[in-house]
Design a protein around this ligand. Sequence first.
Ligand code: ADP
Ligand code: MG
Length: 405
Amino acid sequence: MLEVTPITEEKLGFHSFQISRKTLNSIKRMGFEKPTEIQKKAIPIVLEGKDLVAQAQTGTGKTAAFGIPIVEKVNPKGRKIQALVLVPTRELAIQVTKEIKDIGREKRIFALAVYGGKSIKHQIDFLKKGKDVVIVGTPGRIKDLIERKVLDLSNVKTFVLDEADRMLDMGFIEDIEFIFSQTPVEKQTLLFSATIPKAILRLAEKFLKDNYEVIRIKPEEVTVDRIRQKAYRVDSGKEFDILTEILEENEGRKSIIFTETKKGADDLSKKLRNKGFNADAIHGDYSQAKREKVLRDFRRNRIDILVATDVAARGLDIKGVDVVYNYSLPRDVESYVHRIGRTGRAGKEGLAISIISTLEDRLFSIIKRRTKANIELINLSDKPVETLERRSFSKDGQRKRRFLR
Ligand code: ADP
Ligand code: MG
């Protein structure tokens, strides 16, 4: 009988890369069946040793896109730091380290997270043991450790800037330049980012070899399509009442609520607790210990509702978030996409609910147009919708606003 060879999972899966059996086993154990778009494109290039700028939306598996090749390249017994990953926040340092450790489980790769807000002495002790071949850290702490002469980067073969756009936003450029100068000239440099503004390309021109590659995964190919999006349009001042109603309907579902400010996050989580909801807040003013505790509680389902600011939540991978709420709309489209990207990760369907006041009509229409998203609008206000606002200039140069229904 003729045997038809179907395209097996093996061919579509991680097996098509030149990676070791051990690493394949570890990946399998993590539950990854096939590579994501960015992984398909980036892994072969990184394995080849080329420099790379890679852009893909949050939640598309960028960590493993550099984590898998790093694990493949490093010598676990090398007793020297061979790969350095810079990340913008402490939480990301912990998260990325964990993922690299998971990928490197069978190869017995030691990786260490270093970041501010935690005892530097402890981190120095670990470094002195010399077991860690991969270091993941925030620029400030890495710089500090270099200056204390406890971090030797002279054997770094791979240098990664993760969430490069975010690191630039946070003003880390000088620290990054300093750290870069402490690594050998001959190395591979990788820039991963959710967006590629001009500043990132300038950075690439400066840091990367001339023949560097660029991969861009178009946003609309990835995230938001998988996410059901709804918006409740309410009169300004009614947001809290509507939010609690919707939260009641969605009781027991793991949720993140985004607010614009730290104070907004604190206030809202307090008000929710007063109403009997199991909520807590996270933002940049909290101590490291408190942030870690809140995140742990949320991950372990001790808290149902996490109220967060953009900065605190950016890049965080929290599994199984059912609903993302925008308590008000973010000021820019990128943030909207990032926020709702917290749900519906890695193939799961998610739900995003925005509470928009009538004052945000214009912002809403911009977000809707730019994301080309199918957002279901539930209008709870009697106020007319400003579906279109045109700005025009009258002859005397005065800007006039015209609202059209
Ligand atoms: P990004 O850095 O692009 O925001 P992450 O690397 O944090 O995304 O990945 C998002 C989530 O998807 C993580 O939980 C990660 O473990 C998971 N993931 C990554 N790659 C795969 C894959 N190939 N299959 C299934 N899950 C994956
Ligand atoms: Mg990431």
